[in-house]
Design a binder for this molecule. Structure first.
Ligand code: SF4
Length: 695
């Protein structure tokens, strides 16, 4: 039953699913949610919501919720429910025992992009100040870390340049490696409205998503490239723009570094980057490449939107920089209707990165090795900070297997299901001596844990989320935490148990501390957010007291825009006779990521299992029809899925989602990762697909 009874009051809050960050109205009867409706004044969603925000909130009261802390000495023992005090004392004593035995840096933690800014900030503070190490990372490592790197290198800030409303001013929209209709539905609706008004559309994707062809939308160009060749294709687009004289010389002269432009121009002009040459590499006909490049450069205000199909590659960061190059070269940054727009997957990916969750950066993207910055935090936090970057998530796993990393505090992230090469992840977890999981459910990772701290859903706490357009929106408590403590209170209690005092009366006090320490947040407070109608886009400070809808208007954050040479380097993951197909992954509308929440809601009626899409030619070769079960084998593992024969996917490529633990998509994905950030290469895995022969 989704809707029941009549509400007696309502609370405005923010959706906890995707990076659109829709404002929602929780209509309540007592402390029970009766229904969730879109907030008509929400600036990110303008009165709309999708099937996830609207209907998939029931997980918060699902019977699988764990509401009592638990501990066990060994993962082979049964869980023992204990008091909060006992659980936290045990967790703290294990952290300290391991540090005294193996060294300060033998422990670390993972922050969650599902939790609030305030909670994420506290976890990284706990790791740095109470644990005494910079071994802190975020699940953004496995999705948009290349965005952080690539946009900082070129534009000077690790964030998207626009507001969602900006799309209504675009004449040309280029969507690269993103499927907003399924993954960012409310923004996709706005984009489609603009397309119906006549804006042109270029889609770069190995798969024919619904943007390519649906009843009212037809892409002007669908560049259906081979998985793993984004950088090659963007080099060919750059080649056309440079050799045909389509660059915006005035913009470049006034806004960008001349030396970097000259180097990039010389690179783009190389014959190896010609459409004819790159047609061989990408599989996209040269004429389509030429047509798309001309449209992007000359079609008016042109905006690029991209997703994980860009970042989750061995050249993820290179591709992000190649996108920024194209936008700068054509003068498409710093105004309405243009820009470089990463579509963030999770509700608070932007926020968790902003809050200093990366091992090398303090809040506000300032490097831990910068003494002045470090001193500012040391004064506020009353500790000395370690001056060197800590371990990234994959480095933590490697260090665990080699014996030097022994304990992990993991908040709101099911790394066993979500990270690549499951076998490697579980081997790492099995090698650790203490794993503390803080979550709503006993997820796959909790099977390897020694302490379980019951977390809280977005309905049970106050705080803020920051969406893909840098919009900081209020999250408001609509019911008391089921376990008695919100996540931020648990982190404080763990810190206190470790002997590093952390006391806040309300998350607003945590935001006040963030504002004191973070130049792009100095004007942010709960009062300011309320006064501005419930949200504000950072930077919000003395220069921009009402926030910043569009960045880099008069100058880039780094001063002048910097072009980067983005040489294409093929991934080492190749198909061959044994593994002849390339597997790529994505999402579906009704489910969300590893499905921990949506699988426990009525949305499962729409989508109850992960399916492998396979082209009719490849299906015929294997004697497959829709509904058959198939074995998918890669160099790392094997799993079984049901097949669907589909022309959405091109020959030689297969596609699946990863919402259900049983389907094990990450059992077959590899350890390959982005050269700059270690973001996993989820999007390219060479596989064999064979029909399961029923006995
Ligand atoms: Fe939630 Fe995203 Fe759907 Fe909006 S579009 S309701 S933020 S899942």
């Amino acid at each position: 039953v989704i809707e029941q009874g009549q509400p007696d009051h309502a609370v405005i809050t923010t959706c906890a699913y995707c990076g659109v960050g829709c404002g929602l109205k929780a209509e309540m009867k007592g402390d029970e949610v009766v229904r969730m409706t879109p907030w008509k004044d929400g600036k990110a969603n303008r009165g709309h919501a999708c099937v996830k925000g609207r209907f998939a909130w029931g997980y918060a009261t699902h019977q699988d919720r764990i509401t009592t802390p638990m501990i066990r000495r060994s993962i082979h023992d049964p869980w023992q429910p204990v008091s909060w005090e006992e659980a936290l004392t045990y967790a703290a004593s294990e952290i300290r025992r391991i540090q005294s035995q193996y060294g300060t840096h033998s422990v670390g933690g993972i922050t969650s992009s599902r939790c609030t800014n305030e909670e994420t900030y506290l976890v990284q503070k706990l790791i740095r100040a109470a644990f005494g190490t910079n071994n802190v990372d975020t699940c953004a490592r496995v999705c948009h870390s290349p965005t952080g790197y690539g946009l900082k290198q070129t534009l000077g800030e690790s964030a998207g340049t626009q507001t969602f409303d900006s799309v209504m001013h675009s004449d040309v929209i280029m969507v690269i490696g993103a499927n907003p209709s399924d993954a960012h539905p409310v923004f996709a609706s706005r984009m489609k409205r603009r397309l119906r008004q006549g804006a042109k559309l270029i889609v770069i994707d190995p798969r024919a998503t619904d943007l390519v062809s649906s009843p009212h939308i037809r892409a002007d160009y669908h560049l259906a490239l081979r998985p793993g060749t984004n950088t090659a294709l963007l080099s060919a687009l750059a080649h056309v723009i440079v050799t045909e004289g389509l660059v915006d010389e005035d913009y470049i002269q006034s806004r960008c570094e001349a030396d970097s432009f000259d180097a990039w121009k010389a690179f783009a002009m190389r014959p190896e980057n010609s459409p004819e040459n790159m047609a061989e590499v990408t599989g996209v006909p040269a004429e389509q490449i030429r047509g798309a490049a001309r449209l992007y450069a000359t079609g008016g205000r042109a905006a690029i939107y991209y997703g994980l199909g860009v970042t989750e590659h061995s050249q993820g960061s290179t591709t992000v920089m190649a996108i920024a190059n194209l936008a700068m070269a054509t003068g498409n940054i710093g105004a309405e209707g243009v820009g470089v727009n990463p579509l963030r997957g999770q509700n608070n990916v932007q926020g968790s990165c902003d809050m200093g969750s990366f091992p090398h950066e303090l809040p506000g993207y300032r490097h831990i090795s910068d003494e002045q910055t470090r001193q500012q935090f040391e004064q506020e936090w009353g500790v000395r900070l370690w001056p060197e970057p800590g371990l990234r998530i994959p480095n933590m796993f490697d260090a665990a297997i080699s014996g030097s990393f022994k304990a992990l505090y993991c908040q709101g992230e099911d790394i066993v299901q979500s990270d690549p090469n499951t076998q490697h992840v579980t081997a790492a977890l099995s090698a650790m001596e203490c794993i503390i999981v803080q979550d709503l459910f006993l997820n796959e990772t909790a099977k390897y844990a020694h302490v379980f701290l019951p977390g809280s859903s977005f309905l049970e706490k106050d705080g803020t989320f920051t969406n893909a357009e840098r919009r900081i929106s209020r999250v408001r408590k609509v019911m008391e935490p089921k376990s008695g403590m919100a996540d931020w209170e648990i982190t404080c209690a763990l810190s206190n148990a470790l002997g590093y005092p952390m006391h806040y009366n309300h998350p607003s006090e945590i935001m006040d501390e963030i504002a004191r320490l973070t130049p792009t947040f100095t004007g942010v407070s709960y009062e300011r957010i309320e006064a501005l109608g419930g949200s504000v886009q950072w930077p919000c400070n003395e220069q921009a007291p009402e926030g910043t809808p569009i960045m880099h208007v008069d100058h880039f954050v780094r001063g002048k825009g910097r072009f980067m040479v983005t040489q294409y380097v093929p991934t080492s993951e190749r198909s061959n006779r044994k593994y002849p197909l390339l597997l790529t992954t994505g999402r579906i509308l009704s489910q969300y990521n590893v499905g921990a929440q949506t699988r426990r809601t009525a949305n499962t009626h729409w989508h109850a299992e992960d399916i492998l899409e396979i082209h009719p030619h490849d299906a015929e070769d294997r004697g497959l029809k829709t509904g058959d079960f198939v074995t998918i084998t890669s160099r790392t593992g094997e799993t079984v899925l049901r097949a669907e024969v589909s022309t959405r996917i091109q020959p030689g490529v297969v596609y699946t989602t990863f919402h259900f633990p049983e389907s094990g998509a990450n059992v077959v994905t590899t350890d390959n990762s982005d050269w700059a950030t270690n973001c996993p290469e989820y999007k390219v895995t060479a596989v064999q697909v064979q029909k399961v022969v029923q006995p």
